[in-house]
Write a protein that binds this ligand. Structure first.
Ligand code: SAM
Ligand code: DTB
Ligand code: SF4
Length: 323
């Protein structure tokens, strides 16, 4: 069982980089195909005007980021976007809504309808809609949703410096409801919000202590958006970021570790190091929810140069390996 003890996690962080990467590789190869990368596509199905005050987020109504808000997309438009993503090679389609929480009613019914439609295309379906209760999580599951994304974002201690409109325990309660309903759990965080190295390690310790562990762990590098309180944050040094990926891999051996937001600011070499350190999933397509992401062709070129290949839908990375 991998450690969740902070001192042990710190000791990993301080290893010489080649030693840390070797340990991450050992773990990675026990559970995953080291050449396969899961390709996910994101679709913002409701953009902006969110009540929460997450200091990193361009979609919060508390900050003026000049973002154009878009009301909930209709089902047909969502399914059409998923079909395009599937044709482009994505195996997982993730729908994101700038909601504080899901409310029962016509809008949620419409999202459930979209989930059914995308699931019928044979894609893995992921939703990230804010807080949900047990009944809502079950309805998502029944509609064909496979995964729910809900990030812890940072350490418990640093959380109140980033978000004041909800608590860490609110986040954990949604994760428990999601798991209880039989959905896969996707939960990770953001680095580069002015937190300490210890905050990053504590976040990874929290994620690793969830039982059973999250099935996927997105590691986002902050995209500093003008107008948000975090617009002036300096980027995390690439090697420090790679160390976080390696530790995520070691602490959460079976999870898909997703190199998420912030890739437009990363070189090919840095992304390659992240894959070597155990990242095995990316978002494909030129837009995340509202901010830019590398072009699809650029990413396909990168995978080709690295001799890596996309993972097929519903084919788990550790299939055929020790799990
Ligand atoms: N509203 C829902 C929620 O917060 O759970 C779902 C959408 S929200 C945009 C999904 C995640 O995107 C956040 O938890 C955060 O980790 C990430 N995110 C938002 N803005 C970001 C930014 N500027 N840079 C990096 N990650 C960001
Ligand atoms: C996650 O951890 N990263 C994705 C996904 N989950 C929903 C979102 C990143 C959003 C980056 C900011 C934006 O594009 O608005
Ligand atoms: Fe709203 Fe999610 Fe953005 Fe927070 S991260 S402001 S909850 S859309």
């Amino acid at each position: 069982m991998p450690t969740h003890d902070l001192n042990e996690i710190r000791a990993l962080y301080e290893l010489p980089l080649p030693e840390l990467i070797f340990r991450a590789q050992e773990t990675h190869r026990r559970h995953h195909d080291p050449a396969a990368v899961q390709l996910c596509t994101l679709q913002s199905v409701k953009t902006g005007r969110c009540q929460e005050d997450c200091k990193y987020c361009p979609q919060s109504s508390h900050y003026d980021t000049g973002l154009e808000s878009v009301p909930l997309m209709d089902t047909a438009a969502v399914v059409a976007a998923a079909r395009v993503a599937r044709e482009g090679g994505a195996s997982r389609f993730c729908m994101g809504a700038a909601w504080r929480e899901v409310r029962d009613g016509a809008q949620f019914d419409s999202v459930l309808e979209a989930v059914r439609g995308v699931s019928d295309l044979g894609m893995e379906v992921c939703c990230t809609l804010g807080m949900v209760n047990g009944a809502q999580a079950s309805r998502l599951r029944e509609a064909g949703c496979n995964v729910y994304n809900h990030n812890l974002d940072t350490s418990r201690e640093y959380y109140p410096s980033i978000i004041t409109t909800r608590t860490y325990d609110d986040r954990l309660a949604t994760l428990a409801a999601v798991r209880e309903a039989g959905l896969e759990v996707c939960s990770g965080g953001i680095v580069g919000m002015g937190e300490t190295v210890d905050d990053r390690l504590k976040l990874l310790g929290e994620l690793a202590a969830i039982e059973p562990q999250p099935d996927s762990v997105p590691i986002n590098a902050l995209v500093p958006v003008p107008g948000t309180p975090l617009e002036g944050c300096a980027p995390v040094a690439p090697i420090e970021f790679v160390r976080i990926i390696a530790i995520a891999r070691i602490l959460l051996p079976k999870a898909m570790v997703r190199l998420s937001a912030g890739r437009t600011a990363m070189s090919d070499e840095m992304q390659a190091l992240c894959f070597i350190a155990g990242a095995n999933s990316i978002f494909l397509g030129d837009k995340l929810l509202t901010t830019p992401n590398p072009e699809r062709n650029e990413d396909m070129g990168l995978l080709e140069r690295l001799g890596m290949h996309p993972l097929a839908a519903h084919a788990h990375a550790h299939a055929g390996r020790e799990s």
